[in-house]
Ligand binder design. Structure first.
Ligand SMILES: [Zn+2]
Length: 77
């Protein structure tokens, strides 16, 4: 293998998470909040996954999806 090693990460991946989030859609931001929480939360890593905050974030993400679907459905009806 002659691929270069130890290259610095591309500039885009070094952006602050909030700077990157500014260009995301609301549904992407909602999903990001859920994933960001789940990755750092001890309760979420528990086998029961009994985390109220994750539940709220997941529902918020799903609500965005349902809104988008209803808009789409309304436009095609
Ligand atoms: Zn959690």
């Amino acid at each position: 293998m002659d691929e270069p090693r130890d290259q610095p990460a591309p500039a885009e991946s070094r952006l602050h998470p909030l700077a990157a989030a500014a260009s995301l859609t609301p549904i992407q931001q909602a999903y990001g909040r859920y994933v960001g929480h789940a990755l750092t939360c001890d309760a979420c890593r528990d086998i029961d996954r009994s985390c109220d905050k994750a539940e709220l974030l997941w529902r918020a993400y799903q609500a965005h999806g349902e809104q988008a679907y209803r808009r789409l459905d309304g436009e095609t009806a």
